[in-house]
Design a protein around this ligand. Structure first.
Ligand SMILES: Cc1ncc(COP(=O)(O)O)c(C=O)c1O
Length: 409
């Protein structure tokens, strides 16, 4: 009997085939191959691969916040409560949490919109942040931002007045958005962030994008990523007010992705407020603050180094990094290198990142994976590495870029 595959490229959901996720794309695959080659003793102009393609804090050595780990550990294993290492406020937190779980176990099913206690805490946080009433009935918890973003975007999969729905997303963007739109079959309406003005969102550009998309589609929602990924900007309050007004005028739902609200480096973040941290006076408060501040200090130091070094390399420029955990420098790619890229069937910045990987072991993500203005080129690197590793990476980029420019100039 001949065995046929029941899922093939032709009969699978075609929307899935269009999903591109550059942060784990072909450059990473090549980096993994190179790591194996190095293990086997293949000689390279470098000794190790530096993975800078994703912002994986703990994998890059950032210590986890003790309080959060203690709450998680105790909730999963209440017998640990007898340990003298667990502070009283952690015990109290977990006691309240478990009281809200059926039969006092985190393993039992929770309500589909999340535990009541957690939803109430979220509502209280929103009230304190915004100064207006918030109801736990309006809070919906998921297993992460991706899960909830997909659930919300699914609401718009519906033609309106005979027009297919579209969603406005920033360019550059985090590929979760383009990927989810592809998966759901929603049209993508791009609006460009203004690189010359710290990646601000210009209302004129929002209007242009909305007008163009509205010829064919009904625009339903506007995605804002703040702090930005990959761009690292924190929006100014006045800018946010303009965006809200624009959305109101065009009856758009605003999807504000604020996953990096704790990762603030320089500018103030307006909806910033710490969620469910230990209150002053509680046993874990000082430790929690110390650990969170240390993480923020490390991030700010790396952001400053990245900004300084990238701007000191002829042919590279980088806006100040206000938040999140990435740098997104702009790179000049000589004409001859662009021709070589086309001959290799690659985008110019893919070609650049692949050469960077092959010659230095540094693995970053080409800007084309996030979207960028035509004719401009970038790459994204995380800024989370330990200091020595980060300096090594920046110096590798400096050396590589000079040699690259020279060989293609
Ligand atoms: C801007 C942005 N939104 C959403 C996500 C996804 O978050 P989660 O891991 O909670 O699904 C990420 C993860 O990197 C992100 O950078």
């Amino acid at each position: 009997m001949k065995l046929e595959k029941c899922i093939t490229e032709t009969n699978v959901n075609q929307n899935m085939l269009n999903i591109k996720y550059a942060v784990r794309g072909p450059i990473l695959e090549r980096a993994i191959q190179i790591e194996r080659e190095l293990e086997k003793g293949v000689k390279k102009p470098f000794e190790r691969v530096v993975r800078a393609n994703i912002g994986d804090c703990h994998a890059l050595g950032q210590p986890p916040i003790t309080f959060i780990r203690q709450v998680l550990a105790l909730a999963a294993c209440p017998a640990l409560a007898s340990s003298p290492d667990v502070p009283d406020d952690v015990k109290q937190r977990v006691k309240e949490l478990l009281e809200d779980c059926t039969k006092g176990s985190v393993g039992s099913y929770s309500p589909s919109n999340g535990l009541n206690l957690v939803r109430r805490s979220v509502a209280e946080y929103l009230e304190a942040r915004d100064g207006v009433a918030a109801s736990l009935e309006d809070v919906y918890l998921g297993s992460g931002a991706s899960d909830v973003i997909k659930a919300v975007l699914s609401l718009f999969v519906q033609d309106v007045d005979g027009k297919p729905p579209a969603v406005m997303i920033p360019i550059p963007q985090y590929p979760l958005f383009s990927g989810t739109l592809s998966e759901l079959g929603l049209r993508q309406a791009n609006y460009y962030l203004d690189e010359d003005n710290d990646w601000a969102i210009q209302v004129q550009e929002l209007e242009r994008s909305w007008r163009e998309a509205s010829r064919q589609c009904h625009v339903r929602a506007l995605v804002v990523i703040n702090p930005g990924n990959p761009t690292g900007q924190v929006l100014a309050r006045e800018n946010m007010e303009e965006i809200i007004k624009f959305a109101y005028d065009h009856e758009l739902f605003i999807l504000a992705d604020e996953v990096y609200q704790e990762n603030i480096i320089s500018k103030p973040f307006h909806s910033f407020k710490k969620m469910k941290p230990p209150a002053p006076g509680e046993a874990s408060h000082a430790g929690f603050r110390r650990e969170a501040q240390a993480a923020r200090r490390r991030l700010a130091a790396r952001a400053r180094s990245a900004h300084r070094v990238f701007n000191s390399i002829p042919g590279l420029s980088c806006n100040a990094i206000d938040g999140a955990m990435f740098a997104f420098p702009r790179i000049e790619i000589p004409e001859r290198a662009q021709v070589a890229a086309a001959e290799a069937g690659l985008q110019p910045d893919e070609f650049y990142c692949l050469r960077l990987l092959e010659e230095t072991g540094v693995c970053v993500v080409p800007g084309s994976g996030f979207g960028q203005r035509p004719g401009s080129f970038h790459f994204r690197t995380t800024i989370l590495h330990p200091r020595a590793e980060f300096q090594y990476m920046l110096e590798s980029v400096r050396r590589f870029h000079a040699a690259f420019r020279q060989s293609y100039s």
